[in-house]
Ligand binder design. Sequence first.
Ligand code: FAD
Length: 308
Amino acid sequence: MLRTPLLAAARSTGVRKLVEANPLTAAVVDRFVAGTTPEDAVSATRSLRDQGLHVTLDHLGEDTLDSAQAAGTVRAYQRMLAELAEAGLADRAEVSVKLSAVGQFLPTDGEKIALDNARLICEAAAAAGTTVTLDMEDHTTTDSTLGILADLRVDFPWVGAVLQAYLHRTEGDCRDLATAGSRVRLCKGAYAEPASVAFQDKQEVDRSYVRCLKVLMNGEGYPMVATHDPRMVAIAGDLAARARRSPETFEYQMLYGIRPEEQRRLAADGNKLRVYVAYGDEWYGYFMRRLAERPANLAFFLRSLVSS
Ligand code: FAD
């Protein structure tokens, strides 16, 4: 019930100022965000590596309308990738990029600027010896993001995509992308979307997730199963076994700070588990989506405000 207002608040400057100004927010944000600097990102990666986990690093930021800020985001990724390589961790961590953080929404030539900027990040990832996955944002960006993905994959065939099971179109997109060498992260979807494009009912989203998983597991690509849902994790394992996939041919993914024991359990059972680690100052939108996903996250946040 609170999901829609929280997701609306995720894009409200007024609410953002209120939440950010509250000194008590920081402690709760720390649960989901690994720090602010590239050093924090590297240190979180090292700690997760030591627990047998893999990582994808997200330099927080989205929806920029300022080309200088977009260029700053590129520099932040370049610096972080260099530090990752320097620390000998590039075989354990890749990066996740939101195209809206590197210029996709700029009013003039936004898509071209986002493509050029994403290309610079891919070059830095290649130099470091790792890969990039393009996050998926709201449905108005899906065609643009998949178009940029196709352009990038000409030179960097390892660039991964994210598909969101709540969108009606996604089963078809899974079919298109379940090809050799194609890395696809399947998630349920984190934005407020209208009924014209997205399933609204949780059970319908779950059923779509399973249909999409079947396509990806039976295809030739590399499925990345991004969910904390125990049912989806179990079904993914069964489908992988039925498709005779070995553990190196797909992976599970979960967010930093969510179900950490389950992350370690899956890895200890011989699966590849990648943790999505967000860091940086621009945590507001990411944090609000985490609150919207789960009443318990919101309750934790509200309790911390009341009890302090
Ligand atoms: P939900 O339907 O939220 O939860 C199902 C069940 O999972 C719950 O009933 C509970 O049993 C368990 N569970 C969930 N959360 C918790 C918790 N905090 N503690 C304990 N149990 C829990 N979305 C996008 O739109 N674009 C992206 O690019 C994107 N990238 C992502 C990358 C990764 C690695 C992950 C894990 C998610 C990403 N998401 C992205 C977010 C995703 O779309 C969902 O909003 C989010 O993962 C919540 O959905 P869920 O599959 O975990 O299941």
